[in-house]
Design a protein around this ligand. Structure first.
Ligand code: GLU
Length: 518
């Protein structure tokens, strides 16, 4: 007989919304992971709820030192601060599954007692043998499931006293779920609608491992229950596990308070599912921040180090899979909180476009005030060896160049010359129209500048124009060499604004210095 678990429509929200991001600390946090955090966060905050971070570190073999700290650093950088976590505390801790080990066994034992799970004593060799014995062309990698379990060494096949003896002797064993035969498990996914699975097609997953640690399947259900999670957002790669989780909810808690699930679409790169390798291949970051694999020392570049603003990163991630249905593309975090709704999250994979990501950053650099960029830009320039002795000058410089910057390191390209006298000049660019008259003009111009009493834009332009007219040279032909003298190359904001900020003695000094090489 088929049993159907159905939550027919999305439930209203009578209780306080509690969502969780539940990463396994196994490496860098990739775009998709941060987007999962973001959707959790936005949903929680939109509904005035709590955002919880739970560290799912029960797989000791996959433990990577530094990965947990890295996750919290990323959240900090993005401004997605948890209400509860191993770092932030909370009433439902501990929030690291490895510290909750004692909790899980009783639930696993309860499942065995109620015949929804069983002890399995098979050794790794026996499992290997099973895979060889049951392998067919149609089924090249047989699983421990309804068809196989009868032939294996477990509490379903062994006599009760034998099982008791093995347990008493401390024989290595796991606990597996006993997937029922011929049932349909259905649930309503907030993004995908009704999802149904035939139980006979799902294997008897291990719930408690031989080392006493739960697997993800048991731990996620127990912890979502104990932590009163109301909505569970996770990547769509977890869809195949959902029937196991729904069954565990039924067996352990009678489905009461089961969270509503939402399986988020994949983020696609140029070659399908966006992978860490794509970054290296296509030259864009895939992780939120730089991540160095402690085993291989391999560095994977992050959006932060590439020069993305957290505001832009959060904004672009929000739109990778969600839109409000309007033309608006730039959103602050507060606006996202206000407008985010799960029914506008798409089912289909979201394509990541690096050019578009850069566009977001450029727009955000333009949008942010000089004040809010000041510290970040100062750090970038100092890291490049510049000396910033006057913050007021930096403020003016940022205001002048920010609209020309796409990534944060562009501030160095666009503004480094304000703080460092050029040592090289793009003389070739000025050469075609360079002559003795122009040289004389600049010698005289430098002298005139040195005599100006009131160093301000209008005055500089005046001196320049009057002298050009006197010398009968078109001002347009003088501006390029002047720019190259002050900047080193043919770029940057309006040249007199540059001179105004550089100040009198530095401007005069640069013109004279450049004249030596011109
Ligand atoms: N630990 C799982 C992961 O790292 C979490 C999946 C879930 O949110 O249920 O993807």
């Amino acid at each position: 007989m088929a049993f159907v678990v159905q939550i027919l429509s999305l439930q209203p929200m009578p209780k306080k919304v509690r969502v969780r991001f539940a990463p396994s600390p196994t490496g860098g946090l990739h775009l998709g992971g941060v987007r999962t955090v973001l959707y959790n966060y936005l949903f929680a905050k939109h509904h005035g709820g709590d955002f919880i971070v739970r560290i799912e570190d029960t797989d000791q073999t996959r433990f990577v030192p530094g990965a947990e700290q890295y996750i919290f650093d990323c959240l900090q950088w993005c401004g997605l601060i948890p209400d509860e976590s191993p770092v932030h505390g909370g009433a439902y801790g501990p929030y690291r599954q490895s510290e909750r080990k004692e909790i899980y066994r009783q639930f696993a034992e309860q499942l065995v007692k109620n015949e929804n799970a069983y002890y399995a004593f098979d050794t790794p060799e026996e499992l290997e043998q099973m895979r060889n014995n049951f392998k067919t062309e149609q089924n090249p990698s047989p699983q421990y499931d309804i068809h196989v379990r009868e032939k294996m060494k477990n509490s379903l096949t062994l006599a009760a006293d034998e099982v008791q003896k093995l347990l008493a002797d401390g024989a290595r064993h796991v606990i597996r779920i006993k997937m029922p035969q011929g049932e349909t498990v259905s649930f309503t996914d907030m993004i995908r609608g009704e999802i149904s699975n035939e139980t006979s097609l799902v294997d008897d997953k291990v719930l408690l491992k031989a080392d006493g640690m739960p697997t993800y399947h048991l731990a996620v259900v127990v912890d979502d229950y104990l932590m009163k999670i109301t909505h569970a957002f996770r990547g769509e790669e977890w869809l195949p596990s959902a029937p196991v989780h729904v069954l565990l909810w039924k067996y352990l808690f009678g489905l009461e308070n089961m969270p509503q699930w939402a399986h988020l679409p994949l983020i696609l790169g140029p070659g399908g599912k966006l992978s860490k390798r794509d970054g290296a291949k296509y030259g864009f970051p895939v992780f939120a921040m730089n991540w160095t694999d402690p085993k291989t020392n391999e560095l994977t570049e992050g959006f932060r180090e590439k020069g993305f603003l957290p505001e832009a990163f959060v904004n672009l991630l929000a739109l990778l899979g969600w839109n409000e249905g309007t033309e608006q593309e730039l959103y602050t975090k507060e606006e996202l909180i206000q407008k985010f709704s799960i029914d506008r999250v798409h089912k289909g994979g979201a394509k990541f476009d690096y050019e578009k990501a850069k566009w977001f950053n450029h727009e955000w650099i333009k949008k942010l005030t000089v004040d809010s960029l000041q510290l970040t830009v100062k750090e970038i320039l100092i890291a490049k060896g510049m000396e910033i002795s006057d913050d007021a000058v930096l403020t003016k410089v940022i205001g002048l160049v920010k609209d020309r910057c796409t990534l944060l390191p562009d501030f160095y390209e666009q503004a480094g010359f304000f703080f460092q006298t050029p040592t090289q000049w793009d003389v070739d660019a000025a050469k075609p129209k360079w002559n003795e008259d122009k040289k004389k003009f600049f010698e005289e111009f430098a002298l005139k500048l040195a005599g100006i009493g009131n160093w301000e834009l209008g005055e500089l332009e005046n001196v320049f124009k009057i002298l050009a007219t006197e010398k009968n040279i078109k001002p347009g032909e003088l501006q390029l060499p002047l720019r190259i003298m002050l900047v080193g190359g043919k770029f940057g904001p309006p040249v007199f604004q540059i001179a105004e900020i550089l100040g009198q003695s530095e401007t005069v000094f640069r013109i004279n210095k450049a004249l030596e090489v011109f």
